[in-house]
Design a protein around this ligand. Sequence first.
Ligand code: PGA
Length: 261
Amino acid sequence: MQVIIVTDYEEMSDRAAGIVTEAVRRKPDVVLGLATGSTPEGLYAKLVQAHKEDGLDFSRVVTFNLDEYVDLPPDHPQGYRYFMNEHLFNHVNIDVANTHVPDGRAECLSSQCERYEQMIRDAGGIELQVLGIGRDGHVAFNEPGTSLGSGTHITALTRETIEDNSRFFDSPDDVPRFAITMGIGSILQARRCIFMATGANKADAVKAALEGPVTATVTASALQMHPDTVAIVDEAAAAKLDLLDFYRWQQDNWDRIADRL
Ligand code: PGA
């Protein structure tokens, strides 16, 4: 895993946007895996800017979102389809038919999970997956204890996640208890991952994910097994990393061999 330490949220968003922009330019029909939450909002704002100011073309881009709450009404402002429309899809020239968010209102949730995995396979797999991390170490809604081989599945949310996400709802009681989420096994199949983390409240989770043992208790730690993940972590979230100096040293010296990579 390549770990890039950045000053703050702005720089994290910039670095991530640089990677996504390059992927779209290099392959206009790239398949992107997208995340929701406050972490990637800045990234999406920068992609919108790249579209408006530099003509970044999304017309052939295909997207799959990581997860969705079970049973929120389709127009609910905290639904993840709504989030993606608000933060990205409505502001770029993407074809809505090429955008996919799991259907948390499906009559048969288990068939919806299988269907979602099939759709990803039919699209040729995810080429670049955007990820954040929860305080309990989850990526997507893969809560502690989820199999590291899991495909798209239905999960109960932990109390911690419900509490964290209640800031977006009127009260914690309004936060859905269940979600549909791509699994750790699904995420590990993405060709490349961008993992982003920001803020001091993520420092313990980042430490466990990047430097702890690989364990289903911290599902983000499975990324240590992924062959091509770049972690972009701001100073506050990186504060507890043991290898912080090494990551910085590596970063500072990288340019010397960059033209041979
Ligand atoms: P956040 O959520 O980006 O809103 O902090 C991240 C997550 O729970 O995965």
